[in-house]
Design a protein around this ligand. Structure first.
Ligand SMILES: *Cc1c(COP(=O)(O)O)cnc(C)c1O
Length: 449
């Protein structure tokens, strides 16, 4: 059979130009609804990011070795992938996984469980188990993540820390985003038992904290009150840098397994890595005094926990590239982006401000249309409980609500900002962003340069 007569069924080949012998990605993108102009702009923006992407790959390589070494040092075996049922006594895989987390975070101990239902639960557990009536909790970095307001009792809620006689104090960041050291000094008092530091900006406009900035804050606090427990909400931050907050003095790091450390494979779960007594307190609250870490069957979930953690450094790197690509692409179009295109990164969240509801909606439609699951549905703004405006959300994830997978959301109110994160692979994050841009172009909310 001659070359001419071969029938190529590969998408992209037909559009790749007459003399091409290879299927082309540009051609494939065209069949997926991305115009040549959008592809071109994407390529131009990308070519300027090579250096940064190489640094991200180097960080992923470093963190990959960190996880691998922890698995080898703790003698992860095939038997560790089997689960237990019932009480879950002597669950080798669960106990070994917790030792692996402790090695990666350089802590004395860790609690990594499917019974921890989400990030909020992990944080609530760490707080409620380490605070006692009469103690005070301090946030020296401003208001914590929305879902913690009811945990702490900032918004009155049954079962809050406040209801148990635990008071709360907050010191906001200064207007330039730096720590208010004098404010923190005077807020620390004899009742202060635990300090909570949120690494990621979450859905606020303050900068995300670098691990070294967290280290400086912890040194300052420990210099005044060495006995105070410093806890870091590490959500969205894991593996973005080579060190974690527990490497710079944090007594506990807390996060969700349906974000970075689950690597997209964990279908549920949370972790607390830290000082032995802090982790033991959390285990006793999760299960029961007297039982602690000894119970809690892992059922069949351990292969996903292990493999997800193993993949987490490269998955996080892909999401990070997506965030940086989106920042640079939309910045090029004149839209405000946080962080900006050149800032150093300490989490995987990217905000793009449209100042126009149509732009926010089009962006989310594009992310949804790029998804592997539910790509055919169109997201619509809805009245979500707990929000004072409608919210639009795009997610076509393998794990429901997983935000290490490509996802975007934003409240339908000025300044109409979309918060975007995730992508299990860099190629998927890239395609999702191009698709989102294409929708914005089609809706005439942005103009290509
Ligand atoms: C996601 C997140 C949480 C809460 O985690 P959930 O799994 O959604 O409950 C807490 N803090 C920060 C900074 C987060 O990003």
């Amino acid at each position: 059979m001659t070359e001419e007569k071969t029938e190529y069924r590969t998408e992209g080949y037909a559009n790749a130009g007459e003399n091409r012998k290879e299927a082309s990605i540009i051609g494939f993108y065209r069949t997926m609804g991305i115009s040549e102009e959008v592809c071109d702009l994407g390529s131009r923006v990308l070519s300027a990011l090579e250096d940064r992407f190489r640094k991200i790959d180097e960080t992923a390589e470093y963190n990959q070795m960190k996880v691998l070494k922890a698995m080898q040092d703790n003698r992860v075996s095939e038997a560790c992938l089997l689960g237990t049922t019932g009480y879950g006594y002597n669950d080798l895989g669960r106990d070994t996984l917790e030792a692996v987390y402790a090695s990666v975070f350089h802590t004395e101990d860790a609690l990594v469980r499917p019974q921890i239902t989400c990030g909020t639960h992990a944080l609530a557990l760490a707080l409620m188990s380490n605070l006692r009536p009469g103690d005070e909790l301090l946030s020296p970095v401003g208001k914590p993540y929305d879902t913690l307001e009811e945990v702490i009792g900032i918004r009155d809620s049954a079962g809050s820390l406040k209801e148990y006689g635990i008071s709360y104090r907050q010191v906001d960041l200064l207007s330039d985003g730096s720590f208010d050291y004098e404010g923190i000094r005077s807020a620390l008092n004899e009742k202060t038992k635990l300090v909570t530091i949120q690494r990621s900006k979450g859905y606020q406009t303050r900068p995300t904290l670098s691990v070294s900035a967290i280290g400086r804050l912890i040194s300052f606090i420990k210099g005044i009150r060495p006995d105070v427990i410093c806890m870091v909400d590490n959500c969205y931050g894991e593996f973005v840098e080579r060190i974690e907050p527990t490497d710079v003095g944090a007594d506990m790091c807390v996060g969700s397994l349906i974000k970075n450390p689950g690597g997209g494979l964990a279908p549920i779960g949370g972790y607390i890595a830290g000082r032995k007594d802090c982790v033991e307190n959390a285990a006793r609250r999760l299960t029961s005094p007297g039982l602690g870490k000894e119970v809690g069957a892992s059922l069949g979930i351990l292969p996903q926990f292990y493999q997800g953690f193993f993949l987490a450094p490269t998955v996080t790197a892909g999401a990070l590239k997506g965030a940086i690509f989106a920042a640079n692409l939309f910045e090029r179009l004149g839209l405000p982006v946080v962080p900006n295109g050149t800032e150093s990164r300490h989490d995987i969240i990217q905000a793009v401000t449209f100042n126009d509801p149509k732009g926010l909606i089009a962006f989310c439609e594009g992310i949804q249309a790029a998804a592997p699951v539910d790509s055919f549905v169109v997201p619509e703004p809805w009245d979500m409980p707990g929000y004072d405006s409608q919210v639009i959300m795009a997610a076509g994830a393998f794990v429901s609500g997983s935000s290490i997978e490509l996802s975007a959301d934003g409240p339908l109110k000025p300044p109409y900002a979309v918060y975007f994160q995730g992508g299990l692979t860099w190629p998927h994050a890239k395609f999702g962003i191009l698709k989102a841009l294409q929708r914005c172009v089609d809706a005439k909310t942005v103009k290509l340069p």
